[in-house]
Design a protein around this ligand. Structure first.
Ligand code: GAL
Length: 632
């Protein structure tokens, strides 16, 4: 055998047995990778036409809502975005690809030459101190063209003229919407990538030009997540280029599909974590569950979006104020966008009081951007705790059930000392109370109690990382193949009813980084020792932490007792502004936890790396940064 051939064969053999297939090990970056572009430093607030009017939207309805936002004082409280959803378009003009507005419902958009423009509309909103949002789709066609076929406001004309989505026109449309028309916010839907299969009945019956689906709502495996991400990333790039003033919001709306719960934070200002909300308790639970355990993935500039509020309708109407208050409280605690979608020209005071609760708005808009963390979890009741920028806590006790529920609130849920008095102020009734150690509440069916909390912190000279998810960027969570999250409430699908085989987990994200629990929802535990505070994550992960003035990082680390991969050793390393400042020896399942501490004084970006040499096809190792904290 000639030497060259021998070498080739030898290297092929090495490739077969050597760790070529080792799962990608991340490295410290030394720069902040968290997405902060755009205007959503705090969660966007405003009004959206969809839940209120679907495609039967028109200028009078939208301007009526805008006027009511101002007149009722809601605009002053932060509700500034007025977002036009599906239904505004007439067609794409084929001579130059320009989008034409349906002037029958937006008369002010008419121009003598038929070109149409929203400039007058956005100017009016701006002159009222408001901002303007518009809706489009990332594919060729939009959702109403699949799901609102009865609508009088569907795009008109030839198949080409009815291609109103961004595909093939990204920079042209974004230039038109932002530069020429003056919008400030773009919601980008994804039905164009999901519902227009070339051989489908929908496409044939309606004469659309099909697009081979890249999203299969029923199957993560049949969804091309990378392609979907790339399409949204191209929109993000065009938005950035068109808005050098950075005054824009990019709302990704692909309903939790295509693993967006993981990558949405790097691309958009917000990303829908689930399918559309309906005014129904079960749907609210479903959407809430899709976002509530993703605290580490959100922060200033990028927010989980469990969908528009449905307060004012169905289970959340003026006859169900307990449920309406719960819906609002949960969205506020999760740092969800607060978008009212109700005909505000005739809103009862009882609902205005809910949207207008300034204490809860302040909770939602807190500049630290720490989404609430689940401190107690069950299908019956949950306790959510949010740490505010000034260090004080807000706690919500949520009864998910239709029966009364007893909930014990412990100082430890709040990471406060159990031997010092804790003061609670109810953010709905404003009543105050005090307890020490533990107290008990009887919650009415579907009730949420929410309190601002003052007490003595357990950790007197610092913060646990699980208290500051808004300061953490999960640069790499170590997830190998996206897995479906089984913890989301499975509602009867509002559209399919019980005609399908059942309602199964739909959204990737299982195995993601978690505050105070493992990626697979277990207590944090290393070699028989449990940790109430800490970060649970997989091996080969990189977490970035913003350090605002702390001097020391400390944690007790190791392979978590819950790991099913007991073979691999994990090395934990801490970097400060790109420089290695602490490292453990390789640690295996069962090894005693190791204390790790690092001098981080004066450093801005702390990076936590957990690496191992497991193969890509292997189960990931579960690792725990027990008690991970920043101290003075
Ligand atoms: C859905 C979207 C809704 C609304 C609707 C318009 O896909 O999730 O929020 O925008 O399309 O047709």
């Amino acid at each position: 055998m000639r030497l060259k051939t021998q070498l080739l064969i030898a290297s092929f053999m090495v490739a077969l047995v050597s760790p070529l297939s080792v799962f990608a090990q991340p490295v410290a970056k030394g720069v902040w990778l968290g997405n902060e572009v755009g205007a959503a430093k705090t969660p966007p607030m405003g009004w959206n036409s969809w839940n209120a009017f679907r495609t039967e939207v028109d200028e009078a309805k939208v301007m009526g809502a805008a006027q009511a936002l101002v007149d009722e004082g809601l605009a002053k409280k932060g509700y500034t975005y007025v977002n036009l959803d599906d239904g505004w378009w007439q067609k794409r003009r084929l001579t130059d690809g320009r989008m034409i507005i349906r002037t029958r419902i937006f008369p002010s958009a008419a121009t003598p030459d038929g070109t149409t423009s929203f400039r007058g509309f956005t100017d009016r909103l701006h002159s009222m101190g408001l901002k303007a949002g518009l809706y489009t789709d990332v594919g060729h066609n939009a959702c109403s063209q699949a799901f609102d076929l009865h609508s009088p406001n569907l795009p008109e004309g030839t198949a080409e003229e009815r291609q109103v989505g961004l595909d093939g026109h990204v920079s042209q449309d974004i230039n038109l919407y932002f530069k020429e028309w003056g919008f400030d916010y773009l919601k980008v839907d994804a039905c164009g990538l999901a519902d227009f299969a070339p051989d489908s009945k929908l496409v044939k019956d309606n004469g659309y030009i099909g697009l081979t689906p890249e999203i299969d709502r029923a199957s993560l495996n049949r969804t091309d997540s990378d392609r979907v991400e790339k399409r949204y990333a191209a929109v993000a790039a065009a938005l950035k280029e068109t808005n050098p003033d950075n005054d824009y919001v990019f709302s990704i709306c692909n309903w939790g599909m295509a693993n967006v719960r993981e990558w949405g934070k790097d691309v958009g200002s917000s990303w829908r974590t689930s399918s559309d909300i309906t005014p129904n308790w079960s749907s609210m639970l479903h959407n809430y569950d899709s976002a509530v355990k993703r605290a580490l993935y959100a922060g200033p500039g990028h927010w989980n979006d469990p969908d528009i509020l449905f307060i004012g309708a169905g289970d959340f109407d003026a006859d169900h104020l307990t449920e309406a208050r719960t819906h609002f409280t949960l969205w506020a605690m999760m740092n969800a966008p607060l978008l009212i979608s109700y005909d505000l020209r005739k809103a009862p005071q009882s609902l205005l009081d809910i949207w207008g609760n300034t204490d809860l708005i302040a909770v939602n808009q807190d500049p630290a951007g720490n989404q609430a963390v689940v401190a107690y979890d069950s299908d019956d009741a949950q306790i959510l705790v949010k740490t505010m920028a000034d260090g004080h806590k807000v706690v919500a006790l949520f009864n998910r059930t239709a029966s009364p529920a007893k909930v014990n609130l412990l100082a430890s849920h709040l990471k406060l000392k159990g031997d010092a008095p804790i003061q609670l102020t109810d953010l709905w009734s404003k009543a105050g109370s005090t307890f020490t150690g533990e107290t008990e509440f009887e919650l009415a069916p579907h009730e949420t109690r929410v309190f601002s909390v003052q007490g003595a912190r357990e950790l007197t000279d610092g913060v646990y990382l699980s208290e500051i998810p808004g300061a953490i960027n999960v640069a790499d969570d170590g997830v190998r193949e996206p897995q479906l999250d089984p913890t989301v409430h499975r509602m009867i699908d509002p559209w399919a009813g019980t005609r399908s085989g059942g309602s199964w987990p739909q959204y990737a994200g299982w195995g993601g980084a978690q505050a105070d629990m493992t990626p697979y929802a277990q207590a944090l535990q290393i070699a028989d020792h449990t940790y109430d505070s800490g970060i649970g994550v997989l091996g080969n992960s990189l977490l970035q932490v913003k350090n605002e003035g702390y001097a020391i990082f400390r944690a007790t680390v190791g392979v978590d007792d819950s790991t099913s991969n007991r073979d691999r050793a994990v090395t934990f390393a801490v970097y400060a502004d790109g420089k290695l400042v602490a490292k453990t020896p390789p640690l295996k399942f069962g090894d005693a936890a190791q204390d790790i501490s690092a001098d981080i004084a004066g450093h801005k970006i702390i990076e936590l790396l957990a690496t191992d040499d497991s193969a890509a096809k292997e189960q990931p190792v579960v690792v725990t940064w027990g008690g991970a904290r920043l101290q003075k």
